[in-house]
Design a binder for this molecule. Sequence first.
Ligand code: FES
Length: 121
Amino acid sequence: MYSKKVMQYFRKPKNLGPMKDADAVGQVGNMVCGDVMKIYLKIKNKVITKATFETFGCVSAIASSSILTEMIKGKTIEEALKITKQDVIDALDGLPAIKIHCSVLATEALAKAVENYRKKI
Ligand code: FES
């Protein structure tokens, strides 16, 4: 059902955990499945220097948020916001059709974190 990449990011998630000195935090939840995702960002000169996540959710949600934190590291805020759910799905070598919404949660959490950051500056 899941690609090797999904299982790899689920079993050994990269960038897992809260960030005490985060410049921005974005949290979203899915009303249907009840999953909750939080993304923390460290931003310097509009570049995301560090990203971590906490996800209380399914295999796909954990893998999606973990790989997204890898994908956005070193990117400017604008570049990171251009990452689509399809980019996340492709980076994971695919997700089952019924799990597509989990990747949406990751990009939404990122958008919320950026929104949170922009309110502060
Ligand atoms: Fe809810 Fe995956 S089932 S995010």
